[in-house]
Design a protein around this ligand. Structure first.
Ligand SMILES: [Zn+2]
Length: 94
């Protein structure tokens, strides 16, 4: 079963918004507090080795298996309901 809605993007596959090339973006280290907060929300500052572009990008994306993930949560939900029902039945029997 698949439960992760978000997956980490491969930074080598992120295209530069300015020049459109792939694999030229490098991450800045998160040293200041605002950068650490952004890092917590999976936003990182990048610069382009090709054209010098600088900016922020999300480094996560929604999984491609969204239907699989939602089905997993649905099955988990149903299982919890059934389990709760069984437990309540056992408790009420005594
Ligand atoms: Zn660029």
């Amino acid at each position: 079963m698949e439960f992760s809605l978000f997956v980490q993007r491969n930074t080598m596959l992120i295209k530069c918004p300015a020049c459109g090339t792939q694999g030229n973006l490098s991450k800045y280290g998160a040293s200041t507090l605002p950068q650490k907060i952004l890092k917590f929300f999976r936003i990182r500052k990048f610069y382009c080795k090709n054209c010098g572009w600088e900016g922020h990008k999300f480094i996560i994306r929604i999984t491609k298996n969204i239907k699989q993930v939602l089905l997993s949560y649905f099955l988990l939900f149903i299982s919890v309901i059934i389990l709760a029902y069984v437990v309540i039945k056992i408790i009420l029997r005594k």
